[in-house]
Design a binder for this molecule. Structure first.
Ligand SMILES: [Zn+2]
Length: 316
């Protein structure tokens, strides 16, 4: 692969203001591709109409500019070439991929309620992931014909290992049938499911490296299965440690003092970037700096290879 083709991305959901954990993922994704002369794109993942707000998308863009994490040109967007990609404008692409899966006879309708799924699930995984029992799966073998009824649409998964090598965590092996079961590609309300949209987008946008929190390590296996079925080129994966608060929970909107809204009141962007660069092992002390100042210091081998970085104080 030539460095000119190297492309990373940051893909936040506009369901709230960014917090320190989001900035951590954005910074390391940016550094990973920029330190090698690659491009970095921004994609707003607003497929969940109940949680997404246009206002938050604007604030995410503003926060990234303020931090010095600028993105390269987008593409299919209503707002011009430098606007980010926006998933809600890309439904046609997801529909095409969905039809391809339907033609393979791998989709079926699931009418289970949340309560049905919990009552019939196989033993759930340590991370709380529910394993769908296959309750609505047709009894005959695929190919299936997708009915026109209401309900979510699930993709039939094989009982075999999906193997890949994560850039930080090394060799990984997951069995989709045993560890998640047939998964949803279109929700009962018609919204495209995360896994389908992400795969279609990353392939269509030419993304070669997906850097994101290690809570999505398992998702990589689901996505690799989709890349395979859709005959699309798969990216490399770089999963990152999660920043956790003093109670050991990953940072979220609950940790209000670490949201950009609060941090911007009393910290400069350089202080925030310096703090994170120090946590990542890139600089010896948390000294104020810009992302661009870290391009030479960035080295994947310096990153902590751990699931959680704990004890992030409520203020930095
Ligand atoms: Zn079902």
């Amino acid at each position: 692969m030539t460095t000119a083709a190297l492309r990373g991305r940051f893909a936040p959901s506009p369901s709230g203001r960014m917090h320190l954990g989001n900035v951590w993922a954005a910074l390391l994704s940016w550094l990973s591709v920029k330190s090698r002369g690659g491009q970095w794109i921004l994609r707003i993942e607003d497929l969940d109409p109940g949680r997404s707000k246009e206002e938050y998308a604007r604030l995410i863009e503003d926060d990234l500019h303020w931090l010095g994490l600028d993105w390269d040109e987008g593409g299919l967007s209503a707002e011009g070439p430098h606007a980010p990609y926006v998933q809600s404008l890309r439904s046609g692409l997801y529909a095409d991929a969905f039809r391809k899966l339907e033609e393979k006879g791998l989709l079926y309708r699931c009418r289970c309620t949340r309560a049905d799924i919990m009552a019939t699930q196989a033993p759930h995984q340590a991370d709380g992931r529910v394993v769908y029992s296959g309750r609505c799966r047709p009894s005959a073998r695929p190919p299936f014909t997708l009915s026109d009824e209401r309900g979510a649409v699930r993709l039939c998964v094989p009982d075999r290992e999906v193997n890949f090598t994560d850039a930080l965590f090394g060799p990984q092996s997951f069995n989709l049938a045993q560890q998640c079961g047939d998964f949803v590609v279109r929700r009962a309300d018609g919204a495209w499911a995360y896994q389908l949209a992400v795969v279609v987008d990353d392939a269509e946008m030419g993304v070669t490296e997906v850097a994101r929190g290690c809570d999505l390590l398992f998702s990589a296996a689901q996505q690799l299965y989709l890349y395979d079925l859709l005959e699309l080129p798969a990216p490399e994966f770089l999963h990152l440690p999660l920043l956790c608060n003093a109670s050991g929970q990953r940072l979220s909107k609950r940790d209000a003092s670490l949201s950009l809204e609060e941090l911007r009141k009393h910290r400069s962007p350089e202080e925030i970037i310096g703090y994170l660069a120090h946590l990542a092992g890139l600089i010896p002390r948390p000294e104020a700096c810009r992302p661009a100042d870290l391009l030479e210091a960035y080295d994947l081998r310096k990153l902590p290879c751990t699931n959680n970085i704990t004890d992030i104080a409520p203020t930095i």
